[in-house]
Design a protein around this ligand. Structure first.
Ligand code: HEC
Length: 198
């Protein structure tokens, strides 16, 4: 039987006839369906992307992962410095506003939640120093210096930098509450640091 005659006998849908390939093996015929256009499109895009990627990173010296990390980390550090510059400076008028707006009472809540584990109730101290005596290690017993140590912390010695952990208002409220411990001399941790007279 000639190839032509064989083809005649095949059952092929009318609209697929043009796809029939000219070869057969043991009467097995093959249709040549083209790849779907979406597949071709994705393939083409990947090839273009892959080529551009290769040339950018391997040939034209695009940044390595390490360099990209350093750039982004630098941005984070810059934002942190900016944040500290903006909020880390004590403002007396802002503090007065906070105190007037129930600051001490709100500060007590902030204290219980964040400071109590180390400075204990009434500021008598445990892990952190006693906040009720005249002795001060880093602060000087006034709102300005207390704000500084609460905001920036003294991280090498175990006091976290709260400026990055709680809201600006909460830092000021905590300071207002800590100020109420002043010279209450609660028995607790022994005095540390230098005596600061009023
Ligand atoms: C993880 C324990 C810990 C927590 C929580 C903590 N502190 Fe401290 N704090 C310390 C330590 C330790 C020091 C002493 C730092 C030093 O010696 O430089 C300190 C120092 C201080 C000082 C300065 C005392 C001085 O003698 O100069 C103040 C004020 C203070 N903390 C307030 C707070 C407030 C307010 C909070 C809550 C928002 C808080 N601390 C939360 C551990 C803590």
């Amino acid at each position: 039987m000639s190839q032509g005659e064989e083809k005649e006998k095949l059952h092929v849908e009318e609209d697929e006839k043009h796809l029939l390939l000219d070869h057969n093996y043991d009467n097995i015929h093959e249709l040549n369906h083209p790849l779907p256009s979406w597949w071709n499109a994705i393939f083409l895009v990947s090839v273009i992307y892959g080529t551009a990627y290769f040339f950018y990173y391997q040939v034209f010296g695009g940044p390595t992962l390490k360099e990209e990390f350093h750039t982004e980390y630098g941005r984070v550090l810059a934002a942190q410095t900016e944040f500290k510059k903006l909020n880390g400076v004590f403002s007396q008028s802002f503090y007065d506003g906070i105190v007037k707006n129930d600051g001490v009472k709100k500060g007590e809540e902030v204290y219980e939640l964040n400071c109590m584990p180390c400075h204990m109730e009434n500021g008598k101290g445990d892990v952190g120093p006693n906040l009720t005596d005249k002795h001060w290690i880093v602060a000087k017993g006034n709102p300005d210096s207390i704000h500084h140590v609460v905001f920036h912390g003294s991280e090498a010695n175990g006091m976290p930098a709260w400026g990055e952990l709680i809201k600006k208002d909460e830092v000021y409220q905590a300071v207002a509450y800590v100020m109420t411990f002043r010279n209450t001399f609660v028995k607790g941790k022994e005095p540390q640091g230098e005596i600061v007279e009023d």
